[in-house]
Design a protein around this ligand. Structure first.
Ligand SMILES: [Zn+2]
Ligand SMILES: [Zn+2]
Length: 177
């Protein structure tokens, strides 16, 4: 996830680089498994920074929130971020970071642009609020715990309390008949 940008930093603004990023085993989000991450990275030199545009594919290993079955969740990260150099590549002088509160990342003193932190932040934002193996997942029986996607258990479906008065009325009606 690290790119050396010392050459690009010495080029005029408007210069760019294309990279194909491919890592076999990368932990994007803690406890969501190590998976392949790959995609295209475009670096554009601006007058004071390097603008990163990347489209990264990866997978998160998760557990369905309804049936608790492990499943893999593909994610795509569309990254647009600005990276400011720590050192001037020509003089080696320390660059004063912009004082406005714009969002940016830093290129380190070895002119390494590291996408790790950015990819992790984007992945956390892309995490599903409620992970589901499929939208139609039937979940687990609340009585016996059977996975209702695979089996039908013998437990009775719980009666919605709002039906209570109507059911009483109906049983009363059958008695008088
Ligand atoms: Zn499920
Ligand atoms: Zn059951």
């Amino acid at each position: 996830m690290e790119l050396n940008v010392s050459q690009l930093l010495m080029e005029p603004s408007g210069s760019s680089r294309e990279y194909e990023l491919d890592e076999e085993s990368f932990e994007l989000v803690e406890s969501f498994g190590k998976n392949r991450i790959h995609g295209a990275v475009n670096l554009l030199r601006t007058n004071k920074s390097i603008w990163v545009s990347a489209g990264l594919h990866s997978t998160l290993d998760s557990e369905c929130g309804r049936c608790l079955t492990p499943y893999s969740h593909p994610i795509f990260l569309q990254v647009e971020e600005e990276y400011i150099p720590t050192l001037n590549p020509l003089t080696g002088a320390r660059v004063t970071p912009p004082s406005d509160d714009s969002d940016y990342y830093l290129i380190d003193e070895n002119h390494t642009l590291d996408l790790t932190e950015v990819a992790r932040e984007y992945a956390i934002m892309a995490l599903p609020m409620k992970p589901l193996c499929s939208q139609e997942c039937s979940g687990l029986c609340s009585t016996c715990g059977s996975n209702l996607n695979h089996t039908r258990c013998a437990c009775e479906a719980p009666v919605d309390p709002r039906w209570g008065p109507l059911l009483e009325l109906m049983s009363g009606a059958t008695e008088t008949n």
